[in-house]
Design a protein around this ligand. Structure first.
Ligand code: NAI
Length: 331
């Protein structure tokens, strides 16, 4: 099956080329992000392979269907970018990679936290400039601090265990209970978590119930020195409310790997054009905000797992068999 591989990046091409060897899949790597403007590129393909910032709204899905596309393989776990009712209506089969490396994401959340807290990003540049002064570099011990984790699924579970290893007290919030986590953490209400945590990390999916979960009223409940970490999805935080809280020094800082308007910006080099999004531009000016552009997943192990699962998903689609990673189908 010929597959149009949207948003292709060099770091994944080699791994996917390896995966397609001796298989019935033939990936054509396209740098373009899938949008209403680029959907035409899928002409002649029965399958497409997409990532987090590809657009699969009603218009794009309808166009893809018209062009003959029947199979959509997401190279990610989240499927908030797919309009599932339309996919179902059109009989498009949509598959995903539910798990590739919870360690990659949880470890990146810890890396962001340690960097911001211990000001490693600043210290690195100071030393490169031959400034060996320690002024402005005071951090705090993680040991003994309270960490609040929202979402204790695969990634939140790993993050909780790492923070437990640091000697932190763990508060968690989820709509279901993980017995292994209950042994090292306390399940509490969202309000209690917001009020008592020194560090808050978001690991729940983005959906109608969680959109802007961290809004103005949530910021008002947080400790004034709380550090907020988001490696989940940008839309979990109301960014305007975050900026307001940072300006008013109502929280200690933010570690962000995702941003609600990241589509079309993250994963691209904008260094010659500059940032046109004023909210993103403002966020990058705070000394107590650290950002990466949705790279939490980016480890060798995760990329190999993504390629392997995607290949298995396509085998099911090609042979018309049930796929355990399916998120939308005809029934
Ligand atoms: P998961 O499905 O294993 O866990 C999500 C957890 O959130 C579940 O335990 C679920 O019960 C809980 N949850 C659902 N609604 C909730 C609510 N209203 N309040 C509290 N908890 C709620 O998912 P996983 O693999 O742990 O991934 C979590 C999220 O991380 C994904 O949805 C995705 O958005 C994001 N992600 C980000 C990546 C990155 O590179 N930055 C890479 C992979 C995932």
């Amino acid at each position: 099956m010929k597959v149009a591989f949207f948003s292709a990046r060099k770091y994944e091409e080699k791994i996917f080329q390896e995966a397609q060897k001796d298989s019935e899949i033939e990936f054509d790597f396209l740098e373009a992000r899938l949008t209403e403007k680029t959907a035409q590129l899928a002409s002649g393909y029965q399958g497409i392979c997409v990532f987090v910032n590809d657009v699969l709204n009603e218009a794009v899905l309808t166009e893809l269907h018209k062009l003959g596309v029947r199979f959509i393989a997401l190279r990610c776990a989240g499927f908030n970018n797919v309009h599932l009712p339309t996919a179902r209506k059109l009989g498009l089969r949509v598959v995903r990679v539910p798990e590739y490396s919870p360690y990659a994401v949880a470890e990146h959340a810890v890396a962001l936290l340690l960097t911001l807290n211990r000001k490693i990003h600043k210290a690195h540049y100071h030393v490169r400039e031959m400034n060996f002064s320690l002024e402005g570099l005071v951090g705090f011990d993680l040991h003994g601090k309270t960490v609040g984790i929202i979402g204790t699924g695969k990634i939140g579970h790993v993050f909780a265990k790492i923070m437990n290893g640091f000697g932190c007290s763990i508060l968690v919030r989820d709509i279901k209970t993980d017995p292994e986590i209950a042994a090292i953490a306390k399940y509490v209400t969202l309000d209690e978590l917001l009020e008592k945590s020194d560090i808050i990390s978001l690991h729940c999916p983005l959906n109608d119930a969680t959109k802007h979960l961290i809004n103005e009223s949530a910021f008002a409940k947080m400790k004034s020195n709380a550090i907020l970490i988001n490696t989940g999805r940008g839309g979990l935080i109301d960014t305007q409310a975050l900026i307001k809280a940072l300006k008013a020094h109502r929280i200690g800082g933010a570690c962000l790997d995702v941003y609600e308007e990241e589509e079309g910006v993250f994963f691209t080099d904008q260094s010659s054009e500059g940032i046109t999004d004023d909210i993103l531009a403002r966020l990058t000016t705070f000394p107590n905000v650290i950002m990466t552009s949705h790279q939490a997943f980016l480890t060798q192990e995760a990329l190999m797992n993504i390629a392997d699962t995607t290949k298995k998903n396509f085998v099911c689609l090609i042979h018309g068999t049930r796929c355990e990673n399916e998120v939308a189908h005809m029934s």
